[in-house]
Structures are given as structure tokens and as C-alpha cells.
Design a protein. Sequence first.
Length: 255
Amino acid sequence: MAVRGWMVAGLGLALATGLVTPASALLVQPINILMTSTGAQSNAALTVVNDRDRPNTFEVTVNKLTLPENGAPVVTPIKGDEFLIFPPTATVQPGKTQVVRIRWVGDPVLKESQAYMFNTAELPVNQLQGSGVQVVYTIQSLVTVTSPALKPEIAVQTATVETETQVANSEHPARTVPGVGVTVSNSGNGLDFLTNYKFTLKSGAWSMTIDPHDVAQYVGLGLVMPNSKRHFFLVLPKLPPAGPVQVSLEREPGK
């Protein structure tokens, strides 16, 4: 019997920023791929390493990614005809590496940036020894496709002092944490990542700045798709418990 585990990469609060892999499994890099619909960046690659002590067969499939304003991302399996993937499946010997080439073959003139989730999934093999239970993993990589002609227009719509109840995990018990709920809009036709921005928060005499390289600790990649809104919760233990809060964003030069 095969038991499947999922490793989600790339979408923080909505997509995680890092990838935690088991001690012996597939290692997949990169976990965040930004492509363009034309030019050199219309080609990309996934590197798959077999860290197991036996040959490992994997398959790459494509999903369309939708990010609602609130809640979890929606991942919908599609044929993936917009991409040429070679090889879509392969067997990798122990300790060896397989490079999977990816090419955008969809519309070269996009009306809006697009987002996809690529699944690199281990395929079960017959095991005649042991318990008969085999754990196989699916590693998810974020793939976005845009064009230099597509531009984002990011703005803060609302910012309110909130609390969030977090479920128990290996690091902490169930708890309620204070912070700021921020709704960010993108009225442009290009996607953007909040990791490109500096956050400035103010509430009365209290203020705080979050530099772009630290933003991922609060919102992950903070992907905001064209013509959409997303709500993010920033955990801020030292935030004053009452009073309005203002949040402004400043794009880092060169990003």
C-alpha cells in the first residue's frame, strides 16, 4: 500500500516559503520558478535528486493555481498543454540527478500573468519485504509566467489589528497570537511578490519596519495575482493591543 505525503513549496500563508524534505526522498529544486512567455526565460528546469537507496521513478504534472482573497490556495489539475516538459517521467538511480526541461509553449502575448503548481510525484514500486506500506512524496513547485509588458499595481486596501488562532504543531501548542490583518490589492495585469517590498507599520507612537529580505517570515512569498486581492496576517507580538494601525508598502529599487 502506498501512502502519499505532500510537500508544498512557495506560497506562504497561502504558500510556504521553504521546503522540508524527508531524510530519504526526492529533492526538487528550485521551488519557485519565474518564467516569461517569450525570450530566454520561457525556458526553465527542475532538478530532481534521488536521495533514497534504491532507484526512484517520478512523474511531473501541472496544476492551475488560484489564490482567493481569503483561505487556502486552489490547485486544479490540468493537461498542461501550455508547457513542454521533458522528460515528464523518469527513473533516477540512487544518489543521481535528473534535470527536467520546461518550456512555455502557450500564448506568447499574455493578457495577465499566470500561476501554476507543478507536482513532482514519486511513483509507488512493488515492495515484497517489510510492512508492505510505502510512503511516497509529491513535491510542489510554484511556476509563474509573466511578460515585461505586464505590470503590477500593488496597494494596501485595509489594515486592522486582529488575532489569529494557530493550531498546535511540533513547535508550539494551540495558541492565539496578536497581529495585523492586511488586505493587499493588485489592480495591474502583472503578478507581484510582497517580498519585493518594505513594510512600514504605525500605531500611535509605535512603529515598525520590515525590510524586503525579512518579509517572507511574515507572509511567505506573498504572491498577489493580477486584478485580485489577498488578505495576509502578520504575527506581531509587540503590537499595541488597541488603536488603528497604518501599513504602507515601498517597492525595493531594482525589484
